[in-house]
Design a protein around this ligand. Structure first.
Ligand code: HEC
Ligand code: HEC
Ligand code: HEC
Ligand code: HEC
Ligand code: HEC
Ligand code: HEC
Ligand code: HEC
Ligand code: HEC
Ligand code: HEC
Ligand code: HEC
Ligand code: HEC
Ligand code: HEC
Ligand code: HEC
Ligand code: HEC
Length: 378
């Protein structure tokens, strides 16, 4: 005891006894697989005043708290715009053992377990997990200390994502139609970067995801397109970018022919707006209040382009001065039970003249298809 007292009072203690581990063996500061590289200069590279009476700082260190670390480490790497709270508070030793550890970088536990000491692990496990998260590579995206990007990210999205994903697949200069949130780099408005209960890390399932930003009621007409009603938005739209307008996977009419029989639209005589692929000049593609998802009642729609048909007696001019009724009459075979232009004409295409629905050689052969018993009505 006396000897020790003497030793402790000696100003040259560390020079006399450089092998600190002779006595500090019970809490071995060098037992781990990895030791602090500063050990190369000896324990007293930090404990500069080891066993000096009246040492300025606790534990005989040359400085207190993080000032010690800044003695050898570049402070600016740890004090960027956004700091990790334990780092900001100077608690380096909540993650690192300053002396020795079995984990790389002197960590108390390996990543990601280290992170889960303070962060709820449940948020990082779910049905779909982002592969780098599953592999515990938190630091592939986050700087554990500080960053100039929010959330300690190594870069702001979308650049962060493009560290691993091919930018061209999502935002290519060549493909000029981009979904607004993608173009603005808001990848995380649709994807959880860690894990999610939905496929592809989506923050919600399609179509609810879309309804986070698009008005759901716009997609719920009385007559809904069945893939829309089924929430299959992706059967027609790309989520990120596309070559066709409105992010369509294909231009109409080819898009439509993925599901509808092309032959119905390409018979010998084709209605010009149909052969031009202008399906949406008549149909509200997601849904509408009118049968067959029309933009307006059938006859009104036809008259948009054929106003003259209503201005003169039509079809039955020779039999009735007023001409044939064009609407507001019952016709049992029609989809909605109403007589319309589409009762006599196929709006898309036909093998008959004048787009007639019925196989006729001359216009008046048409009449018998509906007025069987009385021949032509008078
Ligand atoms: C001859 C034995 C012996 C040697 C050699 C020795 N120490 Fe110590 N050291 C002690 C004892 C005894 C204590 C006080 C009891 C304790 O806290 O373990 C102590 C305490 C310390 C403390 C803690 C001070 C505090 O305030 O808690 C530090 C730091 C320390 N020693 C560093 C060193 C370093 C660095 C070296 C090598 C340069 C070294 N010691 C060499 C015996 C020794
Ligand atoms: C990179 C700087 C650094 C080096 C190198 C270093 N230490 Fe330390 N040491 C510290 C710091 C910082 C503390 C205070 C830790 C705390 O407060 O938890 C400390 C605390 C101690 C303590 C007292 C507290 C305890 O955990 O028992 C001892 C003893 C000690 N060191 C011994 C050593 C020995 C022996 C060596 C060389 C093998 C060494 N140190 C090398 C930074 C260092
Ligand atoms: C006496 C100089 C010195 C001091 C003081 C110092 N370090 Fe170091 N430290 C080094 C050197 C040298 C390296 C190796 C080069 C590098 O990674 O910067 C290093 C590396 C590290 C590493 C990485 C280890 C590895 O395996 O790659 C960690 C973690 C670390 N230091 C933490 C700290 C902390 C925390 C403090 C303050 C409590 C501190 N250091 C104080 C010199 C020091
Ligand atoms: C929240 C936990 C945590 C805190 C707090 C923390 N670190 Fe780290 N530190 C890490 C992790 C994790 C790594 C390993 C990073 C990697 O592997 O890319 C690391 C690596 C390091 C390295 C090695 C850097 C390199 O590029 O290899 C140094 C030096 C370091 N830390 C110093 C410090 C200092 C100084 C403090 C306090 C100002 C501190 N750390 C606080 C988690 C932390
Ligand atoms: C692929 C990149 C990536 C990986 C890997 C990753 N993160 Fe993140 N993390 C992010 C992004 C991006 C954000 C920001 C999300 C936002 O702004 O909505 C974030 C946010 C966070 C937040 C803040 C959460 C909040 O709600 O503010 C924590 C904590 C976090 N990450 C921890 C982790 C941990 C722990 C791991 C490893 C298990 C990890 N991260 C792996 C990209 C990643
Ligand atoms: C460290 C590398 C890395 C970073 C950074 C990264 N990812 Fe990934 N991501 C992967 C790997 C690896 C896969 C699996 C292979 C693939 O699908 O490309 C993947 C897959 C995905 C998937 C598909 C998941 C599934 O279930 O099929 C989505 C979505 C995704 N990443 C989004 C993002 C977003 C958004 C960002 C930016 C916030 C991002 N990633 C950043 C590595 C990364
Ligand atoms: C508007 C929502 C939305 C935004 C914003 C968004 N995504 Fe996606 N992402 C999706 C949907 C939906 C899917 C699934 C597509 C499918 O199932 O066919 C997907 C799939 C993915 C996949 C899986 C592989 C693939 O290409 O199909 C990756 C990787 C991906 N997105 C990365 C990104 C990146 C990077 C960003 C930002 C540049 C981003 N996403 C922005 C909705 C979005
Ligand atoms: C984070 C918000 C957000 C989400 C989620 C979102 N969108 Fe969008 N979307 C927008 C914005 C903003 C626009 C551009 C403004 C506008 O024209 O209404 C847009 C435009 C569109 C367009 C028209 C593109 C053009 O070139 O005019 C389509 C198609 C579209 N979104 C489909 C979808 C689908 C399908 C989903 C679900 C997979 C979805 N959106 C999810 C924000 C979002
Ligand atoms: C059967 C194919 C198809 C399906 C399924 C589909 N869309 Fe569309 N969508 C289109 C077409 C075609 C257009 C372009 C309409 C036009 O040019 O008038 C369009 C346009 C849009 C627009 C842009 C509207 C505007 O006025 O610019 C948005 C937003 C949109 N769709 C979202 C969705 C969402 C959300 C879903 C799922 C609920 C969905 N779509 C399902 C074919 C589809
Ligand atoms: C992903 C498959 C798919 C695509 C692509 C698609 N449809 Fe459909 N469509 C359907 C299904 C399924 C029905 C309902 C079955 C039926 O009545 O034949 C339907 C029905 C319709 C109806 C009749 C609705 C009613 O109330 O009778 C119209 C009109 C229609 N689609 C127009 C279009 C147009 C125009 C396009 C292209 C812009 C298109 N569809 C693309 C699957 C699709
Ligand atoms: C000139 C207006 C017009 C255009 C252009 C048009 N349609 Fe139609 N479509 C109609 C009308 C009217 C009906 C309702 C027919 C009925 O009442 O029997 C209809 C009905 C449909 C139906 C339901 C099945 C059926 O034949 O009754 C589908 C599917 C359809 N259209 C798809 C398309 C596709 C695909 C295109 C583009 C290639 C297209 N339409 C272009 C007017 C149009
Ligand atoms: C977007 C404009 C547009 C709409 C809407 C439209 N048509 Fe046409 N239609 C045309 C054009 C253009 C022609 C070719 C020039 C002409 O004969 O006037 C045509 C021609 C016709 C022809 C003559 C075909 C022939 O072989 O002589 C009939 C019949 C016809 N349309 C019926 C209809 C019916 C029925 C509707 C409503 C379901 C309708 N059209 C709606 C643009 C339209
Ligand atoms: C009762 C059956 C019938 C109805 C209903 C009908 N059409 Fe016709 N449509 C005909 C007949 C028959 C012809 C041939 C007349 C002729 O050659 O004199 C014709 C010819 C046409 C032509 C060709 C123009 C021409 O002079 O050759 C167009 C365009 C047309 N109809 C549009 C319409 C529109 C638009 C409607 C609804 C407003 C409509 N039709 C309703 C029977 C009908
Ligand atoms: C697609 C079926 C259909 C075809 C084809 C058709 N008609 Fe009609 N016609 C009707 C219906 C339905 C009525 C209304 C009967 C009612 O009011 O009960 C009607 C009524 C009439 C009327 C009575 C008009 C009125 O004001 O009550 C005459 C005249 C007539 N049709 C003549 C013809 C002639 C001529 C042809 C051949 C050019 C023809 N129709 C072809 C279905 C058709």
């Amino acid at each position: 005891m006396y000897i020790l007292m003497l030793l402790l009072s000696s100003p040259a203690f560390s020079d006399q006894f450089p092998d600190c581990l002779q006595c500090h063996i019970h809490k071995n500061k060098a037992a781990g697989k990895y030791v602090h590289p500063a050990y190369k200069q000896g324990c007293y590279s930090c404990h500069t005043e080891a066993h000096h009476i009246g040492a300025k700082f606790p534990k005989f260190l040359f400085a207190k708290g993080t000032d010690l670390c800044w003695g050898c480490h570049d402070k600016s790497k740890f004090t960027k715009k956004y700091g990790h709270p334990p780092v900001v508070r100077g608690e380096c030793l909540s993650c690192h053992d300053v002396h020795t550890s079995d984990n790389k970088k002197l960590l108390y536990s390996p990543i990601p377990d280290l992170c889960f000491n303070c962060h709820d692990k449940a948020k990082f496990t779910n049905k779909s997990i982002h592969p780098p998260v599953k592999e515990g590579k938190c630091t592939a995206c986050h700087d554990p200390h500080s960053s100039n990007s929010k959330k300690l990210l190594l870069a702001d999205p979308p650049d962060l994502c493009f560290l691993c994903h091919k930018k061209d697949k999502y935002i290519s200069a060549a493909s000029n139609k981009h979904h607004a949130p993608v173009a603005r780099g808001m990848c995380t408005s649709c994807h959880d970067p860690h894990a999610s209960a939905f496929q592809k890390l989506l923050v919600a399932d399609v179509p609810n995801l879309c309804f986070n930003c698009h008005e759901a009621s716009d997609f719920q007409g009385r007559y809904s397109h069945s893939p829309v009603a089924a929430g299959m938005c992706m059967s027609c739209h790309e989520p990120h970018q596309g070559h066709a307008k409105k992010l369509l996977i294909d231009r109409p009419p080819d898009l439509c022919f993925n599901c509808h029989d092309k032959a119905e639209f390409t018979r010998a005589n084709q209605h010009p707006p149909v052969s031009a692929g202008m399906c949406t000049v008549c149909h509200a593609i997601h849904g509408s209040p009118y049968q067959s998802m029309l933009l307006m009642p059938t006859t009104d729609g036809c008259l948009q382009c054929h106003p003259r048909i209503a201005a003169a007696p039509h079809a039955a001019g020779g039999f009735s001065e007023a001409g044939h009724p064009l609407k507001d009459r019952k016709y049992a075979k029609a989809k909605d039970g109403e007589l319309s232009c589409a009762s006599c004409h196929n709006p898309h295409s036909s093998d008959s003249m004048k787009l007639f629905r019925f196989p006729v050689k001359k216009p008046f052969d048409l009449c018998v298809n509906c007025h069987t018993n009385q021949k032509k009505k008078r």
